[in-house]
Design a protein around this ligand. Structure first.
Ligand code: BG6
Length: 524
């Protein structure tokens, strides 16, 4: 007889330590120091990577190998988890890092890279499996991919060759389509890993398990039971020293096009026929494609944007966006974006999916709140709740998936207060990762780098998915650009965001969940 549990739990060789040669373009940058190099070291310390891993950084700076190692030692070391740090292991790891100084626009760089990789393989026994990680500005991606192809480095005759591309994948639908075509011209889609670090987060990966690994929730997961869904990713910091990038990007491109649309797809997609790269990505694309791009009139009704002005943080006066470094004094760039998306399929017709993101807000919160409908009958309407409200005014059930911080899941519901009177109270069932699992949550980059080495593209974007996302976002960007400039700044540093965003939900009789810092929430 078929045993579904046995089928799902078959042991596989996937946990054997793996390795490759990882070439990082832009390997002296911030991402390498803060995320990539620490992730590799953590993976080695946790036993996921064998000691054969080699890392070769390609950068413009005229470093010697020793200077590069010194820079990593001074920079990346500070981002290693203290529980995994070991001085001897760290020194051995750093001593195996390599550096190649070269300009990405120069063809010669790729020939020298190819020679170096061959020498590593033949003389030092390095693997023929290669990962090329593009931690570079978006405009460099096509140049690098073409350079790699011209030097024969995307061929897979001796080992695999995989290219990891960091976001943003273009600036709009046209540029993303062009970039995809340029990449497709020189290598096959199965070699391309478009990374969205949100997909590597434990709590994001848990969304599909929560939905499809349990039979309790899925029957309720539709328009018959769900009133609306809120997807929030807010930050307390301003844009810091990223003014140059942010002026071009803005909140909609920076966070909604990728991270928030990914969360939306995980919450709303149909069950895939298997948990593999094609089946999962087919369902995501189908979900994005079932959202109609909005008309300009709908965009005016169903989107809101904001820009932070000066305010107070930690008792100190802080700058508004327009006063930040490399930001125009009359900048129209949004640092806050909210969108009410509607999914035009049978499961979700009529259910608003409210997405919001912003910088310089009251709390750092990334969470998804599923708001259920009121019970069909106000059976207890003569009874008062703890707030002295008639019971039908009590908030309906909410399932909150907390992505970060305070990772976990909460289900809130009404319960009878003890006593002879019929009074009700809001209570919750809480699951906190830190209480339940006595394990460190791996960083998103650890999970995703390991996936690349294992050839598992499930948590990476496919070409059609990138274009489907931009098909939804580009009309908003164009309409916003065409409209007369908004009254910016329209929210203060440290606040809950602009009033126009509240009006977006109020129109449908809904309201955003207040932004409460994590420590206050857990004690609430
Ligand atoms: C990045 C954005 O992709 O994600 C940043 O460019 C943002 O602006 C960051 O701060 C948020 O990531 P996380 O993992 O801190 O939620």
């Amino acid at each position: 007889m078929f045993d579904p549990c046995n089928a799902a739990c078959k042991p596989s060789g996937r946990n054997a330590p793996t390795s490759c040669v990882m070439v990082i373009f832009g390997g002296t940058g911030d991402l390498s120091q803060r995320k990539l190099i620490p992730a590799l070291f953590h993976l080695i310390r946790e036993g996921f990577l064998s000691g054969e891993l080699r890392v070769l950084c390609v950068g413009q700076r005229p470093f010697t190998v020793d200077e590069y190692r010194d820079m990593i030692d001074k920079g990346a070391k500070g981002f290693i988890e203290p529980s995994l740090f070991d001085a001897a292991a760290w020194n051995a790891f750093v001593a195996r890092l390599d550096y190649l100084s070269g300009i990405v626009a120069d063809q010669n760089t790729y020939q020298r890279l190819s020679d170096r990789l061959e020498a590593m393989r033949l003389e030092e026994g390095a693997s023929a499996d290669r990962m090329f990680y593009l931690s570079t500005p978006p405009s460099a991606a096509p140049v690098i991919v073409e350079g790699l192809a011209a030097a024969g480095l995307v061929k897979e005759d001796l080992g695999w060759s995989r290219i990891v591309v960091e976001k943003p994948f273009g600036q709009d639908l046209d540029s993303a389509t062009k970039l995809n075509a340029q990449i497709a011209h020189v290598c096959d889609e199965h070699q391309v890993y478009r990374i969205d670090h949100y997909l590597g987060k434990e709590t994001v990966q848990n969304i599909l398990v929560f939905r499809f690994g349990n039979s309790l929730f899925e029957p309720l997961w539709n328009r018959n039971h769900i009133d609306f869904v809120e997807i929030t990713a807010t930050e307390t910091l301003g844009i810091g020293n990223r003014g140059r990038y942010y002026e071009e990007a803005g909140a909609l491109r920076d966070m909604v096009t990728n991270h928030l649309l990914q969360l939306l797809s995980l919450i709303a997609m149909e069950p895939p026929i298997a948990f593999d790269a094609d089946a999962v990505r087919d369902q995501k694309s189908q979900l994005w494609n079932s959202i109609m791009p909005m008309t300009p009139e709908q965009i005016i009704q169903r989107t809101a944007r904001g820009q932070y002005g000066p305010g107070f943080a930690g008792g100190k006066r802080v700058l508004g966006y327009r006063d930040e470094e490399n930001v125009a004094p009359d900048s129209r760039t949004e640092t806050y974006a909210a969108v009410d998306f509607r999914i035009d399929n049978w499961r979700w017709a009529g259910v608003p999916f409210y997405l919001r993101t912003g910088k310089a807000l009251a709390a750092q919160v990334t969470e998804i709140a599923i708001h259920f409908k009121h019970p069909p009958l106000a059976l207890f309407s003569h009874i008062r709740s703890e707030n002295d409200l008639p019971l039908h005014c009590i908030e309906p059930n909410v399932i909150t998936l907390r992505i970060q911080p305070n990772e976990g899941i909460t289900l809130s519901f009404g319960a009878k207060q003890p006593g002879s009177e019929m009074r009700t109270s809001r209570v919750s069932m809480d699951f906190y990762y830190h209480e339940t699992f006595n394990e460190r949550l791996p960083s998103a980059y650890e999970t995703l780098l390991l996936d690349v080495m294992r050839g598992n593209a499930t948590q990476f974007l496919r070409r059609d998915g990138v274009e489907a996302q931009w098909r939804l976002i580009t009309p908003i960007l164009e309409t916003w650009k065409a409209l007369s400039p908004p009254q910016f700044p329209n929210y203060s540093f440290g606040s809950d965001g602009p009033q126009v965003a509240d009006a977006l939900l109020a129109r449908n009789g809904h309201a955003w969940t207040p932004l409460v810092p994590a420590q206050d929430k857990s004690s609430a």
